[in-house]
Design a protein around this ligand. Structure first.
Ligand code: ADP
Ligand code: ZN
Ligand code: ZN
Length: 729
């Protein structure tokens, strides 16, 4: 037989189908094979099986071998990989990689086997008699195995010594066999916990999701409204109908605690895929899904590629979370992938959030998605009260620390009562935005209404969406003050100041620096949960999902810094962040409180957040997006050209720009912006970087852009297309 194979190589130019001959008859679509490629040996995926070759039979090479007993990829995965390749502009080889655990591709992990020692003597008496009198260890080992029958070889060696056991094997009294052993994370938690009786509100949500003719449903429910229980019930129902399900959560909320909850509820039916597992565990969980033994895949965004068949439901929890957009190659959007899978399987997609993405809510409002709301917390607890503190007044009073007097007072009270507090500040504070600490003024772009970024090398303020350049300011144009602040303050400084203010308080810090290792953040969270600290200082990482019953105070130090990040979504991100962080306070027992510090207390977004007014925020935000022509009313498309040779980069840029410009002049009114410039980071990893940036409402224009760019990319010159990228650097 002959097969079409995609070879696992990522050089872009080799994204072609190669034909090979195969001597056997057991290859199927989706099988992994080893093939000769040039002078080397590579892995590849069988895309098609056929009787006759298309090319010269004499020149077709032979498949070197079949790599797995069962095709690693299902037909659906192959189809999906093609969709992904087409829609996200990645090679087929790169798209196929998404479906395979990295461990499998690298060949570093194989099925784990254990050696088992089996009792193989005819009669115990005779066997013992045949041993030398002084061979005490051999006797003991043989007697033990005579009654145990089977025992792991390594354990037997440890107990009686390797030489003794080895001698018995040599004499044929013990036989060694190999067996597959599965590494199963969290297996000790399988307790098959009973499900909870849903409230009438939750029942209603389940009914709407199951009965709607829409593929996608949005559950908009306040924090603590019982969305998770709704997901679990929907999953149960799908399983009862003989189908499978995928539950996606943001990476950071996939703690052992949450994984444990799922195992308790679903036991072996559920497989957990996350980066905290060992390579071997991930590999085994993947195979359990592929073999059909496990029917629920739980994980961060990459679990959307879980090798399940007959998927009936895909849940995306905290759907607004930025982690669902992959930022490094291959870039893909998790919701888009979920929709492909849903349409292939006629399955449903459920999105859940307390603060849906503006785009998601717009689609729900338009009726494209079914929309259901959960307005109350399950235990009837009120959401914590939020107090806005005007930091301009603090500065005027001569307080130059990171803490307002109100926050200091609240912190002392928490410490006196033996409760816990979270102090939150924004990691993005390091970005080079400018803010006037006297009046809260932030320089923004006149055309785009987003905050400008300070470029020290040019001594200028620049807009990343239209490249407009403004003179750097020395004094505030609004109030004349000289007290301008660049960027934010760091977690380290904040923790230091806290220590000075409250010398006896136990303080934990959580940010990129303290969580270098994979378990780093879990360790910090566990310590805080065990009340080994009074105050947790941290960045975004502490905002999501965590449930600390003793936390009664949350302090948000610099709400402004995310508000004025140079991104059109900064208002949306700020609203989400405040709602999420506030949700950590007062979850059990005592009522919670939130202190929010800002230089712009009159800002709309903050007002809406403080009142938990999502719809108010949404109306305001969507009007702004419409006026400025940002998504969802347009698509931001960026073509990034980079090359080690500046001249060649410029040549490619010019060529791409000219063709794109020809498209632009046909329809200038459909473009809010169109231009060509150096990238904000002009040189990275020795490569010169240029970009064509556009904001267009032309439907499917990205495909035309991709078509044009494909012509000019080569091994040396990278020409990448990004759609609504999370950041422009
Ligand atoms: P959300 O995901 O909306 O933030 P959760 O699903 O975590 O909310 O629910 C909040 C709390 O309420 C959890 O401790 C959960 O176990 C509990 N809960 C949810 N639904 C019910 C119910 N029907 N009866 C009792 N407790 C519930
Ligand atoms: Zn000012
Ligand atoms: Zn601009």
């Amino acid at each position: 037989m002959y097969v079409d194979v995609i070879v696992d190589i990522l050089s872009g130019e080799t994204d072609r189908i190669f034909e090979y001959r195969y001597g056997g008859d057991d290859l199927r679509e989706g099988d992994r094979v080893a093939v000769p490629f040039g002078k080397t040996k590579k892995d590849g995926i069988v895309m098609r099986v056929k009787e006759r070759p298309n090319y010269d039979e004499a020149r077709v090479k032979d498949v070197l071998g079949k790599l797995d007993a069962v095709p690693a990829l299902t037909k659906e995965c192959l189809r999906l990989a093609e969709e992904i390749s087409k829609n996200f502009f990645v090679s087929k080889a790169a798209a196929l990689r998404l479906f395979l655990p990295a461990e499998m591709r690298r060949g570093t992990v194989r099925e784990q086997t254990v050696k088992i020692a089996e009792y193989a003597a005819e009669g115990e008496e005779e066997a013992l008699a045949s041993l030398k009198k002084n061979a005490a260890s051999q006797r003991a080992a043989l007697s033990f195995l005579a009654s145990a029958k089977r025992f792991p070889l390594s354990a037997l060696n440890a107990k009686y010594g390797g030489p003794a056991v080895g001698a018995l094997v040599k004499k044929g009294l013990i036989r060694v066999t190999e067996e597959k052993s599965e590494r199963r994370p969290y297996a000790d938690l399988d307790g098959k916990e009973k499900s909870i009786t849903l409230t009438p509100d939750q029942e209603k949500v389940v009914r709407v999701v199951e009965e709607t003719d829409r593929t996608v449903s949005l559950i908009h429910g306040v924090t603590g409204s019982g969305k998770t229980e709704v997901y679990l019930r929907l999953i149960r129902d799908v399983l009862d109908r003989g189908k499978t399900a995928i539950l996606l959560v943001p990476e950071i909320s996939l703690t052992p605690q949450m994984a444990g909850n799922l195992r308790r509820r679903f036991g072996d039916e559920c497989a957990i895929l996350h980066s905290g597992l060992t390579a071997g565990e991930r590999f085994d969980e993947w195979w359990r899904l592929r073999s059909g033994e496990a029917k629920i895949a739980v994980g961060a965004r990459s679990a959307v590629f879980a090798p399940l068949e007959n998927v009936g439901l895909i849940v995306i929890d905290e759907e607004h979370d930025g982690s669902y957009q992959s930022e490094s190659a291959p870039r893909y959007n998790t919701l888009e992938v979920a929709k492909f899978r849903a349409s292939y399987n006629k399955a449903k997609v459920v999105l859940g959030s307390a603060t849906p993405a503006v785009e998601t809510y717009l689609r729900a409002r338009r009726g494209e998605y079914a929309l259901v709301e959960l307005k109350e917390r399950i235990n009837g607890k009120k959401l914590p009260e939020v107090e806005i503190v005007d930091m301009r007044r603090e500065v005027r009073r001569g307080n130059n620390t990171a803490f307002s007097s109100a926050l200091k007072a609240e912190l002392s009270e928490v410490l006196a009562k033996g409760n816990q507090a979270i102090v939150f500040l924004n990691q993005r504070g390091y970005s080079k935005n400018v803010i006037c600490t006297s009046c809260g003024y932030v320089p923004t772009c006149e055309a785009c209404d987003v905050a400008l970024t300070y470029h020290m090398d040019e001594g200028a303020l620049k807009c990343h969406y239209c490249n407009a350049k403004y003179k750097m300011i020395e004094t505030c144009p609004a109030c004349g003050s000289k007290f301008l602040r660049y960027g934010g303050i760091g977690t380290q400084r904040v923790a230091g100041e806290l220590k000075k203010l409250f010398p006896s308080a136990r303080i934990l810090r959580m940010d990129r620096d303290t969580t270098q290792t994979k378990e780093g953040h879990l360790k910090i969270l566990a310590e805080f949960a065990a009340k080994k600290a009074d105050i947790l200082v941290g960045t975004q990482m502490i905002a999501k999902g965590h449930d600390f019953p003793s936390v009664t105070l949350v302090g948000i130090l610099d709400a402004d810094m995310s508000l004025h990040f140079s991104d059109y979504r900064s208002g949306e991100r700020t609203f989400q962040l405040i709602t999420q962080v506030a949700g950590r306070s007062g979850r059990a027992g005592e009522a919670g409180k939130v202190v929010l510090q800002t230089y712009q207390p009159e800002n709309n977004v903050l007002r809406f957040a403080v009142n938990y007014d999502y719809t108010g925020f949404y109306e305001n935000e969507i009007a702004l997006r419409k006026a400025t022509g940002f998504p969802p009313f347009s698509e931001i498309i960026r073509v990034l050209v980079s090359c080690e040779d500046d001249g060649r980069a410029k040549d490619a840029l010019r060529a791409v720009y000219e063709e794109l410009n020809a498209e632009y002049v046909k329809n200038p009114s459909q473009f809010k912006f169109f231009g060509c410039m150096k990238a904000p980071i002009k040189r990275l990893n020795n490569k010169f970087r240029y970009q064509v940036l556009m904001r267009t409402s032309l439907k499917n224009f990205k495909f035309r852009v991709q078509e044009i760019c494909a012509k000019y990319k080569s091994r040396a010159v990278l020409v990448g297309v990004e759609v609504n990228p999370n950041n422009l650097t």
